[in-house]
Design a protein around this ligand. Structure first.
Ligand code: GDP
Length: 430
């Protein structure tokens, strides 16, 4: 049985917490896309952790954590992250890395920085972790697979070939120092020795696990709107953020993914550039940012203040649809308890017409939010465990949004901790 946890929006919806909860029942947790560019924040018995590369299952003794072939694998970051959790008394996790995963090279990180510099004000708001140059090289077929680290002759030949090309760019486009092949080869030897204990033929491992009836959890990064095909291109990430890609990025049959938990936050936040229709500004935004998440809405990786906005039903319905949602997890509801009234974006006005369908980027740039205002509940809902015990206006907010997005909200999260969860029966009419 395979479940996927994915985001409906721009990321930072609280997937880390939901994955951490579901990992309790999982034998295996798999990261299937993305790299160390985003992060999950997890609060558990050991403390508060920001994970960038490790799957959220690493805190459980009974789970195997897998870095799938779809991931942009930053080897030193992975090793540092393992150390950062074991240093804080978390038992050494069982980790497997796909032999088909490709490696973020030191020059990918540099190219990311150089390109942002070159673009200046027109930059994409990259986290400069090398993700876009990494995926460009993967599809240009000049990436390095983990398996290739163990083929010395091939490695030498490929390093020489790739460096030649990279150095032309470094010299003529970026005017930066050239890469030294011998030094790069040495770095890759160090990477080989670091990663060797974890390397595995992951698709065989997962095939056997499926045959043995194991529970597998696929852990997505970012959300639908950052998908390179279905998101706000070009202000997107470089690997697919959709549950469907879980099959490819882990190496399992698509029909094995039976449950798709799509995480939606009770308000919106986004990082990086790009259209954000329900965005709010000034004091109103700052207040929500300060109260948001667990200790404010600031990037887990960069510390950058996130852009803030009201819940966007248009984007979220689209986000849930493209994920193939079977269950919606509605998170961070507790944060809205301070508001007298809560605006919700229920439509986009584009060139004088109102639509509820999420448009392509050029049209999205012109969209103005159509807002519906709901009454607030003006109380702290943390600690409540039964849906019926939530204030009436709070339930109305959940039910209004469920109706608007058209996918069942079966779980409401009302605090950052593992137990801050309310299960509910959906009232959605099919
Ligand atoms: P992810 O990338 O989707 O995992 O999102 P983040 O790691 O950025 O999570 C968002 C933040 O919200 C984290 O600091 C979580 O600890 C916190 N969080 C998750 N669920 C809740 C919730 O229901 N209420 C509150 N107040 N914070 C939450």
């Amino acid at each position: 049985m395979v479940k996927a946890v994915v985001g409906a929006n721009w990321g930072d919806e609280g997937k880390g917490k939901i994955t951490d909860m579901l990992a309790r029942e999982a034998d295996i947790v798999v990261r299937f896309q993305g790299g160390a560019n985003a992060g999950h924040t997890i609060v558990n018995n050991y403390g508060k952790f920001a994970l960038h590369t490790l799957p959220s299952g690493v805190f459980y003794n009974h789970t195997t954590s897998i870095i799938g072939n779809g991931v942009a694998l930053d080897i030193p970051t992975l090793i540092d992250e393992i150390k950062s959790i074991t240093d804080r008394n978390v038992p050494t996790p069982r980790i497997l890395v796909s032999d088909r995963a490709q490696i973020v090279m030191p020059y990918h990180v540099l190219f990311d920085q150089y390109e942002e510099e070159r673009l200046g004000g027109k930059s994409f708001g990259s986290t400069k972790s090398g993700i876009a140059p990494f995926y460009s090289d993967k599809y240009a077929k000049i990436g390095f697979q983990v398996s290739e680290l163990f083929e010395e002759e091939l490695l030498r030949e490929k390093v020489a070939r790739v460096v030649e090309q990279k150095n032309v760019m470094l010299e003529h486009l970026y005017h930066k120092p050239a890469i030294d092949s011998a030094q790069l080869l040495e770095t890759l030897h160090a990477y080989r020795d670091m990663i060797a204990p974890y390397v595995c033929d992951v698709s065989v491992y997962l095939d056997e696990a499926l045959r043995a009836g194991k529970n597998i959890l696929l852990e997505g990064q970012l959300g639908t709107l950052k998908d390179p095909d279905h998101g706000i291109y070009p202000m997107v990430t470089s690997s697919s953020t959709l549950a469907a890609y879980g099959a490819i990025g882990a190496g399992i049959p698509p029909y094995e993914i039976q449950e798709i938990y799509t995480v939606c936050k009770a308000y919106s936040s986004a990082v990086g550039a790009g259209a954000f229709v329900s965005e709010i500004f000034g004091d109103e935004a700052q207040e929500l940012r300060r109260r948001g998440g667990d200790g404010g809405e600031y990037g887990a990786k960069t510390g950058r203040p996130r852009r803030m906005g009201w819940f966007d039903c248009v984007a979220s319905r689209y986000g849930c649809r493209l994920q193939g949602t079977t269950k919606v997890c509605f998170t961070v509801l507790d944060v809205l308890g301070y508001l007298d009234e809560i605006p919700v974006c229920t439509g986009y006005e584009i060139d004088g017409e109102v639509t509820t369908q999420f448009p392509v980027t050029a049209k999205l740039e012109k969209a103005k939010p159509v807002l519906t205002t709901l009454p607030g509940w003006k109380s702290d809902i943390r600690g409540i465990r039964n849906y019926e015990d939530l204030p009436e206006n709070c339930r109305r907010y959940v039910e209004f949004i469920e109706e608007q997005i058209g996918y069942p909200i079966t779980l409401v999260s009302n605090g950052p901790a593992r137990d801050d969860v309310i299960y509910r029966k959906s009232t959605l009419k099919k």
